[in-house]
Design a protein around this ligand. Structure first.
Ligand code: FAD
Ligand code: EPU
Length: 294
């Protein structure tokens, strides 16, 4: 199907979702590129999913039947100008940063501006909305370290909340699934750009052992602070392969696509890990659709 324009002017196109995921897997769906709150409201009139950077997703080879919303245009723009009413010599509260903004470029820009607080998230290939929704982070910091206000849109309407209003924690914002983070304002500390860069470089060092192939990152959350990768490694599963999906020899919590992997290959490896690792672990990947929910 060629692109169509919806009633409110959103571009709508049937596309393979594999092209939007870092794993490179996923069948077709109707993708809505929404550039305004009006277009977003229209897109949400039917069942929908929200797609960010696609860096935590395992999408079925059949695709998904729901509309897939992608924040674009002004919802993928940023205004980092300090708000004079809320900023001082120490702290800066920025203007709005769209949920569709790619996180890596934002982190580089904040470093150059000498704004500190989010540099621990360096190397996470997400969009701002997706990273906020799951409070992405590393041992050196997480998204909720640098948030002032979040705007959240649902079919029922738009609301603004602060981190204190949410029950957030490790890899969890407390925001229900399909409540869309359209934009956020950041709260950051003024710092020397070279100091921010040094912290970024330090956090980046922890990634040296991570695989460089197509992957959605870590498969499982760390249970009770213990590395899930270490547990999977200790179960002897490094290098296990189903079809064209592999448990990475570099780090056992990463599943990589050797080329032409299917979602079913990845699901089979996840089942193998659950079967062999004695400690219960919560999945970090988002499976579209959720198994048993096809
Ligand atoms: P997607 O993968 O597109 O979606 C994930 C979930 O977020 C879905 O449920 C989706 O519906 C929801 N979502 C997306 N956008 C929005 C929005 N605007 N509003 C509400 N919900 C939304 N994660 C870490 O935490 N730390 C790491 O160090 C890390 N390293 C990684 C390294 C690599 C190489 C890769 C590929 C991934 C890594 N990840 C890491 C995983 C991933 O980047 C994070 O889970 C990230 O938060 C996913 O964001 P996304 O925008 O790509 O979301
Ligand atoms: N380890 C092993 N074998 C493995 C993997 C790890 O023995 O196969 C050991 C390492 O040698 C190290 C320890 O486990 O002693 C911790 O490993 P690492 O430093 O790689 O950290 P992690 O806890 O496995 C977490 C995050 C990553 C994040 C890194 C760096 C989770 C689930 N994972 O990994 O986040 O990038 O720390 O801060 O919290 C993600 O969430 O997708 C992700 C990649």
């Amino acid at each position: 199907m060629t692109a169509l324009l919806s009633r409110t002017g959103a571009r709508v196109e049937r596309l393979p979702l594999s092209r939007f995921t870092t794993l490179g897997v996923g069948g077709e769906a109707e993708v809505w590129f929404v550039e305004s709150h009006e277009q977003l409201a229209e897109a949400m009139e039917q069942p929908y999913r929200i797609l960010g950077g696609g860096s935590n997703l395992v999408i079925a080879d059949e695709g998904v039947p729901e509309r897939v919303i992608r924040l674009s245009g002004p919802l993928a723009e940023r205004d980092l100008t300090p708000d004079p009413a809320l900023s001082d010599d120490t702290w800066v509260v920025t203007g709005w940063v769209g949920g569709g903004v790619p996180l890596p470029g934002l982190i580089r820009q904040l470093q150059k501006l000498g704004l500190s607080g989010l540099e621990g998230t360096v190397g996470i290939p997400a969009q701002v909305g997706g990273a906020v929704w799951m409070n992405a982070g590393t041992r050196y910091g997480e998204m909720f370290d640098g948030l002032h206000t979040l705007e959240i849109v649902t079919p029922e309407g738009t609301r603004q909340v602060t981190p204190d209003d949410l029950n957030w924690g490790y890899r969890d914002s407390g925001i229900p699934r399909n409540h869309i983070v359209t934009r956020v304002r950041l709260r950051l500390r003024r710092a020397a750009p070279e100091d921010v860069l040094a912290k970024m470089d330090f956090a980046d060092q922890a990634r040296k052992g991570q695989p460089k192939m197509k992957t959605p990152g870590c498969a499982f959350k760390n249970p009770g602070g213990v590395s899930a990768g270490k547990l999977i490694d200790e179960a002897g599963l490094k290098g296990s392969r189903v079809g064209n999906a592999l448990i990475a020899p570099e780090h056992a919590n990463f599943i990589v696509n050797l080329g032409g992997a299917s979602a079913a290959d990845v699901h089979a490896l996840l089942a193998l890990i659950r079967d062999r690792v004695p400690v219960p672990m919560e999945l970090e990947y988002e499976l579209w659709p959720a198994p048993g929910n096809a």
